[in-house]
Design a protein around this ligand. Structure first.
Ligand code: ADP
Length: 624
């Protein structure tokens, strides 16, 4: 009996024991679950608590030590010591072992048939390790979410642009950022739960309605210029973009507005200044015009559209393009403005003078040139007129000096010889009287020629020169000229060379004779005595070419053209005996050109000169 009783008792106490153990395990798991559910605890705090609770789930709790390792962290009971009498389970997060839970025995317990730890205790350990893995994973996910929320919130609020989220159906704001408050003046509290109409934010209601429609249809709007009103009624110009998105199953909208009020104002100021400027203004990139103001368009005659993208150089007179280029390069290199003056070819083909200054600038994110130019055509015209006037007055005083000198010399001769003849008539031999009279005659001719030249010049310049044309035999004309010149210049030999069958030319023979006389007289005047002067005429193409060749000192190459200018004389030829005022060749050119011909000089210095002129044959030139 007693044996049975003992058996019964032992059986009961074993059952009690097992019940107690299960209760402890349950209790332990319950406590762990409680800790897991406590939101305010950090992961470390939770682990420390679990370490404290865990021994309770084991049979010999007082002899049980616990150590949890997770990554580099360690949580352990005070009685923990490294021991061989232990069981452990891994903490696995997303398939990776990140730590372990270790249960140790600090004292060797009485040996039971189950070994150091019972099967249930091992299962408890596995359950706890698994739970710890889950807590850690959950916690890490929570932390990652929190971090990303924080980041988002920071970015949301740090944005210099106004950002707001609202519901699409009623437009009520769900969230607004700090810039919303700064720009609109409404606090977050005032804005949330209200819509844009409640806050009277939109200046143009129609635009607002259109934009909402676009968002509903296209799910987004990009960079539309809009105007909003802040709490105090100030109008703000902004660039508006929005995007539709789903939040918590509801269709919402994320709006951003970049405040461009200042930018817009400075643009407007620039626009007003540039539009009202009397200067032509342009912006150029890669040598091409990107912007031109109305004055630039007015100067060039081209429209804004025609100028856009056009090369500036295509508007500049070819001769001036280097000046413009180098002034731009110097300005950029030396950081100092180098103004330059150049000619612009306008759309209508007119030439306009401008004075330009350039400045290197930044335009739409790239290097550019800002040029401003002033129309100085009028100034240039006046400058030219002044120069012409100055030249004219210089010429007038020269003319006066030369003419008075040229008048005085023959007048003095006439006066001197005529007085001599009158005073000493009876005492003079007839040869002497003849000589004196010849000198008087010569001087009178010289005076008459001078007066003729002056009159011809005036007539020519006033356009009053009239030609009396008739068909003329040039051969005959040059022969007459040579015969008479031989009488005048008896120290030179004047010869002619003509082509047989030279056609008649329709000319004013008196005037062409005047040209020939002048050229032959010059040939004589500017070549040494005893030399020959050759007058020749030939047909060349549709012209008759007449040349007067001498064996004189010649004409320097640099002066071959200038000798035909008004009152031009070669310096070293101004020696006594070579009288003249530099009008002869000028008149010759005028007369030849009036016939539709050309005149020019060829010469080898030291050997002689040839002055040639070409007259058009009938029907070949103007004036026929
Ligand atoms: P000028 O009254 O001085 O002769 P022109 O107009 O006839 O004026 O000639 C202009 C200048 O050209 C002369 O002063 C002279 O220096 C030069 N010239 C003209 N013809 C000749 C020539 N045949 N040989 C050399 N020089 C000449």
């Amino acid at each position: 009996m007693s044996g049975k009783k003992t058996e019964k008792r032992t059986g009961k106490s074993m059952a009690d024991n097992a019940l107690g153990k299960s209760f402890n395990e349950l209790r332990c798991l319950y406590d762990i679950a409680n800790i897991t559910g406590t939101a305010h605890l950090t992961l470390g705090e939770r682990f420390s608590e679990i370490v404290r609770i865990l021994p309770r789930g084991f049979q010999h709790s007082e002899n049980t030590s616990v150590r949890i390792t997770l990554n580099r962290d360690e949580y352990k009971t005070d009685n923990y010591q490294p021991t061989e009498q232990k069981i452990s389970a891994d903490i696995v997060i997303q398939g990776e072992k990140l730590g372990s839970v270790e249960i140790g025995c600090t004292k060797t317990p009485p040996v039971t048939g189950n070994g150091l730890f019972s099967k249930e205790e091992r299962l408890l350990l596995d359950a706890v390790a698994e739970r710890l893995g889950a807590i850690t994973e959950h916690r890490q996910a929570e932390e990652a979410l929190k971090e990303s929320e924080e980041k988002f919130s920071k970015a949301f609020n740090a944005s210099p642009n106004l950002v707001a989220i609202n519901r699409l159906d009623d437009g009520k704001f769900l969230e607004v950022n700090d810039s919303f408050t700064r720009i609109t003046g409404y606090t977050r509290k005032e804005a949330i739960g209200q819509n844009a109409t409640d806050l009277n934010i939109w200046v143009d209601q129609d635009t607002h309605i259109k934009l909402v429609k676009t968002i509903k249809e296209n799910k987004k709007v990009r960079n539309k210029e809009i105007r909003i009103r802040n709490k105090t009624g100030v109008i703000i110009v902004g660039l508006y973009s929005s995007e539709s998105l789903i939040i918590g199953g509801e269709e919402c909208c994320l709006h951003t507005i970049t405040d461009i009020t200042e930018q817009k104002q400075s643009q407007e100021i620039l626009q007003t200044v540039s539009h009202g400027s009397p200067l032509g203004i342009y912006i150029m990139q890669d040598d091409r015009l990107q912007y031109t103001n109305p004055q630039f368009q007015k100067i060039t005659g081209y429209s804004k559209k025609e100028l856009a993208g056009r090369e500036l150089l295509s508007l500049i007179a070819v001769e001036d393009s280097d000046v413009v280029r180098s002034s731009t390069v110097f300005t950029i290199q030396e950081k100092n403005p180098y103004p330059c003056e150049y000619r612009i070819l306008t759309k209508t083909g007119r030439i306009k003078w401008v004075m330009q200054t350039v400045t290197p600038i930044h335009y739409e994110g790239r290097d550019a040139i800002l040029g401003n130019l002033m129309d100085i055509t009028e100034r240039k015209y006046l400058e030219r007129k002044i120069t012409e006037y100055e030249e004219l007055s210089k010429m007038k005083s020269n003319l006066l000096a030369t003419v008075s000198h040229e008048l005085r010399t023959p007048l003095a001769t006439i006066k001197g010889y005529s007085t001599m003849i009158l005073d000493y008539y009876t005492r003079l031999s007839s040869d002497e009287i003849k000589d004196y009279l010849a000198s008087i005659d010569n001087s009178t001719d010289r005076l008459a020629k001078l007066v003729d030249n002056l009159l011809d010049t005036s007539r020519m310049e006033a356009g009053l020169l009239k030609l009396e044309r008739s068909a003329t035999d040039i051969n005959l004309l040059i022969k007459k000229v040579a015969t008479e010149a031989n009488v005048r210049a008896n120290h030179h030999q004047i010869i002619t060379e003509s082509t047989v069958g030279l056609p008649r030319v329709n000319i004013d023979s008196k005037r062409i004779r005047q040209v020939l006389d002048n050229l032959v007289d010059n040939a004589v005047k500017y070549s040494p005595q005893g030399t020959k002067v050759l007058i020749s005429a030939k047909k060349a193409g549709r012209e008759v070419l007449i040349s007067i060749n001498d064996q004189g000192a010649g004409i320097p190459a640099g002066e071959l053209t200038s000798i035909f200018d008004r009152m031009y004389r070669i310096e070293q030829r101004l020696s006594p005996g070579r009288d003249g005022i530099g009008l002869g060749l000028y008149i010759c050119r005028g007369l030849v050109e009036a016939h539709g011909g050309r005149i020019w000089a060829e010469s080898t210095v030291g050997k002689g000169s040839t002055i040639q002129f070409a007259l058009p044959l009938a029907g070949a030139g103007k004036g026929q």
